[in-house]
Each structure stands twice: as C-alpha cells, then as structure tokens.
Design a protein around this ligand. Structure first.
Ligand code: NCD
Length: 298
C-alpha cells in the first residue's frame, strides 16, 4: 500500500483490509511502536468534519508526526477562486500525504491526478468514504466477525457515502447485506450493480421490522440533508427510519448497532446505555485504524 492513493473502497482486496485491521489491532494494544516522527499530513476539508479530521490529526500525532491544516474554506485562497488542482499541487510541496474532504463526487480522484503524494479520500460528496469503512470493518470484526455475517444498513442509502464504501468492501467477505430505506433513498443502481456482479447476497426492504431478527449488525445512517436538491423532499423522509428501545424487542441479544455519526435523531439516546450501542467505540476505532493506514502509506 506504500505511496498509494486511497480513493474508494472498491480498491480494497480482502488481503489489504486484513493487513490494515491487523496493524490497527497492534496499535490499539500497544504491541507496535509508533514511527514517522518526521511525517506531515496535510488536511484539506471543504466540508464540515469532527471525527474524520480529528482522528486523522490524532493518528498523525500518535505516530510521532504532525498535521498542517488548510483551515476553514472561508479563510483560504479558495475564496479567491483558486482551483482544487492548484491547491493540492501547492500542498504537495509541504506535506507527505493529504487528506481531502470535498462536496464534489470524484474530487479525490481528480486531485490524485495532479500530485504524487498519497491522496486519502475523506469523503467526496455522495461518493465514497473509504477510511470510514476501514474503521467500520474493524468494529464489525471485533463485535460480530466479518464472515457468516448478516448486516442491515438503514437510512439514507442514496446519498450516504459511508454506505457505498461499506457495501463495496463487504463483498470481500461472506456477508449478507440487507438495505432498509424509503424507496426514494434506495441504494444507487451502480452500487447495486457492483454488489450483484460480486455475487454478494443482497436484499432491499422498506421496513426494518421483518429483517431485524436476522441481523448481527444494524448500521444506521443520518439522512444527508445537505445533499437534497429540495428541502421539501428532505422533510418528507426526515423522521422516518429511527430506532428506539421498543424497536429492538425482536432483535438478537448480541445485535451490534453502529452509526458513522453524527446522529440527529435516528437512534434514541436510551439505546446508548444498552450493550447494543457500538457507535462511540466505532468512532474511537478511527484512531488506531488511521494510524495503521498512515503507517502503511508513508
Ligand atoms: C459521515 C460522513 O461525513 O460521511 N461522517 C463521518 O465521517 N463519520 C456520515 C454523515 O455525515 O452522516
């Protein structure tokens, strides 16, 4: 993986995923020594971020390196009309790798064509979010195992980039994928096509109720308000597809509930106190997983 770009989860083989997760486990339990004291990671976030940006910063610093941050778009030369291609060519001269989040789908791929340092896609619009997927896989492996798994992915499957990346990556494992959403937010046809090509068992549902008892993992997502072309369309689906303690009556006792966060009101906070709640552990796993990824890329 050394010096590779990380653009989509489609590029991950089972071997590559296992190598990252194994190394992440070594960073998590302290058996691997941090290195890369001189590494500098460039952070270019053109969209809001808490976990992704802060866990990349934490990972770089825990490895002994550091970060340089473009900061808010408003205070950068982007407001003067600078193109993304020019911005990344400049940062290439400062940093050893760069992490890019941008509202435009395909932006990370485009940026990668202008620089020779690794470009890590931290979310390109409604496209992909491959490093979120690595920490999701790490969390699934710890709680349910990646093979012989039945996972339900619920919410905004159309605009949710974490969903698209996770769905692709799970085709490397013996997993049945259930997708639960209103019809208007179903999985994009191109993602469904890729899953069918990979021979992964896929079922699409509009209700959670009937499939819930089969699930080992339920991955809940936020309706991506910022991606809706029309606010009324958002409002029509906004409060559907939430879960509370009542919803879980028919769930397996060891069902693991995940969410990439931030949540709005998809998961009732009462669930936080149950053994099902895995989402904060999932967010914390971002640090060892991103340490492992940076360690391999640099
Ligand atoms: C997600 C994202 O930005 O795609 N957040 C994250 O990185 N953990 C999910 C979301 O915004 O709903």
């Amino acid at each position: 993986m050394r010096h590779d770009h990380v653009l989509t989860a489609k590029q991950f083989s089972r071997e590559a995923i296992e190598a990252v997760l194994d190394r992440a486990a070594e960073f998590a339990d302290g058996t691997r020594e941090p290195r890369h004291a001189d590494a500098l990671l460039g952070l270019l976030f053109f969209e809001p971020s808490t976990r992704t940006k802060m866990s990349f910063e934490t990972a770089a610093k825990r490895l002994g390196g550091d970060t340089i941050d473009m900061g808010a778009v408003d205070s950068s030369s982007v407001t003067k009309g600078e193109s993304l291609a020019d911005t990344v060519r400049v940062i290439e001269g400062y940093a050893d790798a760069l992490v890019l989040r941008h509202p435009k789908q395909g932006s990370a791929k485009m940026a990668s064509e202008f620089v020779s340092i690794p470009v890590i896609n931290a979310g390109d619009g409604a496209g992909h979010h491959p490093t979120q997927t690595l920490l999701d896989l790490y969390t699934i492996q710890e709680n349910a195992g990646l093979d012989d798994l039945s996972i339900g992915v619920m919410g905004d499957l159309k605009y949710g980039r974490t969903v698209h990346s996770l769905a692709h990556a799970l085709t490397n494992f013996d997993t049945t994928q259930h997708f639960i959403s209103p019809e208007s937010l179903a999985l994009p046809p191109e993602v469904r096509y890729d899953l069918d090509e990979a021979g992964t068992p896929v079922e699409e549902h509009t209700e959670l109720e009937f499939v819930l008892p089969d699930l080992d993992v339920l991955y809940v997502t936020r309706i991506q308000r910022e991606r809706f072309p029309d606010e009324n369309e958002y409002r029509a689906v906004a409060s559907e597809y939430g879960i509370d303690l009542g919803t879980l009556a028919e769930a397996k006792s060891d069902l693991s509930i995940m969410h990439p966060l931030p949540r709005v009101d998809e998961i009732d906070p009462a669930i936080d106190e149950t053994p099902h709640a895995t989402y904060f552990e999932q967010a914390h796993n971002g640090v060892p997983v991103r340490m492992a990824l940076l360690d391999m890329l640099l």
